[in-house]
Design a protein around this ligand. Structure first.
Ligand code: FES
Length: 142
């Protein structure tokens, strides 16, 4: 049995941008609809492999809504590279303020994904640039 440590994986293997994550969808891909996001909510979502994606598997992301502002981050903690929560009901966040990883409780700032407290302080969630169409569709921006 491998002992559990608080040491993150090798930094050289870590993606630095959202589009370096395996199976990242291309710009223009639909991530959701603003009408399905409550104000102050964080929603876990995923896209399964598509013909246009770079790899195989699942691309997991978070959608945050604050009034008409929508932000998206890869659902991948900067500490261990795992999702911030296993299920939506386990996701911890303070509306409009922060998201908390529920593995070792790193705190990420809502507005830019910067880790402000925890084992990966100073690192960030990978932000995904988004645009909201006139009909409310949220897409990855070019
Ligand atoms: S995995 Fe350690 S804080 Fe997220």
């Amino acid at each position: 049995m491998t002992p559990m440590t608080n040491q993150p994986p090798s930094p050289s293997a870590e993606p630095r941008h959202w589009n370096e994550v395996p199976c990242a969808p291309p710009p223009g891909a639909v991530l959701g609809h603003i009408g399905k996001l409550a104000d102050g909510s964080v929603t876990m979502a995923e896209i399964t492999e598509s013909a246009e994606s770079k790899g195989s598997g699942v691309f997991r992301y978070l959608l945050l809504r604050s009034a008409s502002d929508v932000r998206a981050y890869v659902n991948r903690c900067a500490h261990f590279g795992v999702p911030l929560a296993a299920r939506q009901d386990l996701l911890k966040f303070q509306p409009h303020v922060r998201i908390t990883c529920n593995v070792h409780y790193a705190h990420y700032r809502w507005s830019d994904g910067l880790c402000t407290a925890g084992d990966c302080e100073g690192e960030s969630l990978l932000a995904i640039p988004v645009a909201v169409d006139a009909d409310g569709t949220i897409r990855i921006a070019p």
